[in-house]
Design a protein around this ligand. Structure first.
Ligand SMILES: [Zn+2]
Length: 282
C-alpha cells in the first residue's frame, strides 16, 4: 500500500537528533510523499534547509500559524513572502485560526490569515489551514469560511489562481459536518490526521466519508496528534499508516486504490512548478 504524509513538522526540535532515521523509517513503511510546513519565519527557513539536506522530501510550505500571528511583523512577513517563490515551496502555511488556545489575539489572527490567503492566491500555491474552536463551539470554523469567501476562494479569484486544483487544504480537519461540506463547496481538499480518533471529534470522523475521492488527503501533523498505537510523546510520518487504513475503512474503499489516489491527490494539490496565478490575479 502507498502512503503520503501531507503535513509533518520534521524541522521540529524533537527530530533533530535522529531525522535521517525517521525519514528512512517512513520510506520503509511506504510513505512516498512528506510535506514539511512551517509555522513562522524560522521554521519556514528550517523546512527549506531540511529539503536541501533531504531532496527526497516532497515539498515545503511557508507561512505563519495563528499562534505566531502577533509575533510575525511586517518585515518578517516580507521575507516569508519572498521565500514563497522557491519552486520547492508547494503551499502557503500553515495558517488559519485558533480560537481555542488564543496564543494570538483574534484581530491579529484574522489579519495574519488574510495575508496568507492573499499570498496563496498570488502564487497559485494552496493555503494550508489550521482551525480550532473551543470544545462545542464553531466560531473559528465559521470565521474561516467567511474569510475564504471574502478572499475569493471558490470564486473568480480562486479559479484564476488555481484552475481545477484545490485552493486550500483543511489540515488536520476538525469541526462540524456542515463546516466540512461548506469548505468542500469552496473547493478545499481535506486532510485527515490522528485528531479524528479523539473523543469529541465524532463529527470530524463522520465527515471523512463526505470528501470527494479526488480531494481526500492524510497526514500525521507529527510530532503531534499520535494516532492509536503511536507513541504519545512523538508522532512520526511512518504512523500515517494507521490513519490511512482507518480512512479506507470509514470510506469503504480498497486500501490499495486509496493509496494510489492519495499519491495522485497529493501531487495534484501540491504540484511543484504549478502555473502561477500571479499574472492573472495581480
Ligand atoms: Zn501542523
Amino acid at each position: 500500500m502507498r502512503f503520503v504524509d501531507t503535513h509533518c513538522h520534521l524541522q521540529a526540535e524533537t527530530f533533530a537528533a535522529d531525522i535521517a532515521e525517521v525519514i528512512a523509517a517512513a520510506d520503509l513503511a511506504g510513505v512516498e510523499r512528506i510535506l514539511v510546513p512551517g509555522w513562522d519565519e524560522e521554521s519556514s527557513l528550517a523546512a527549506l534547509a531540511l529539503i536541501d539536506r533531504f531532496p527526497g522530501l516532497a515539498g515545503v510550505a511557508v507561512g505563519v500559524h495563528p499562534h505566531a500571528a502577533a509575533e510575525a511583523d511586517a518585515p518578517a512577513w516580507e521575507r516569508i513572502s519572498a521565500l514563497a517563490a522557491d519552486p520547492r515551496v508547494v503551499a502557503i502555511g500553515e495558517t488559519g485560526l485558533d480560537f481555542d488556545r488564543m496564543f494570538s489575539p483574534r484581530a491579529a489572527q484574522l489579519a495574519n490569515l488574510r495575508r496568507n490567503l492573499a499570498l496563496a492566491l498570488a502564487t497559485g500555491k494552496p493555503a494550508i489551514l489550521h482551525c480550532r474552536s473551543k470544545a462545542g463551539e464553531r466560531d473559528a470554523q465559521d470565521a474561516l469560511l467567511a474569510e475564504l469567501r471574502a478572499a475569493g476562494f471558490g470564486g473568480e479569484a480562486g479559479r484564476a489562481a488555481f484552475g481545477e486544483r484545490p485552493p486550500a487544504v483543511l489540515h488536520s480537519v476538525s469541526g462540524p459536518v456542515d463546516y466540512v461540506e461548506a469548505a468542500l463547496a469552496v473547493g478545499c481538499a481535506v486532510s485527515v490526521s490522528g485528531l479524528a480518533f479523539r473523543r469529541g471529534e465524532e463529527a470530524t470522523a463522520e465527515s471523512v466519508r463526505l470528501v470527494p475521492p479526488d480531494r481526500i488527503l492524510v497526514e500525521t501533523d507529527a510530532p503531534y496528534l499520535s494516532p492509536p498505537g503511536a507513541p504519545r510523546r512523538r508522532n512520526e510520518p511512518a504512523w500515517v499508516r494507521v490513519t490511512t487504513r482507518w480512512v479506507a475503512e470509514r470510506r469503504a474503499e480498497d486500501p490499495d486504490e486509496l493509496g494510489q489516489r492519495l499519491v495522485a491527490n497529493h501531487d495534484r494539490t501540491f504540484s511543484r512548478g504549478a502555473a502561477s496565478g500571479a499574472s492573472s490575479t495581480r
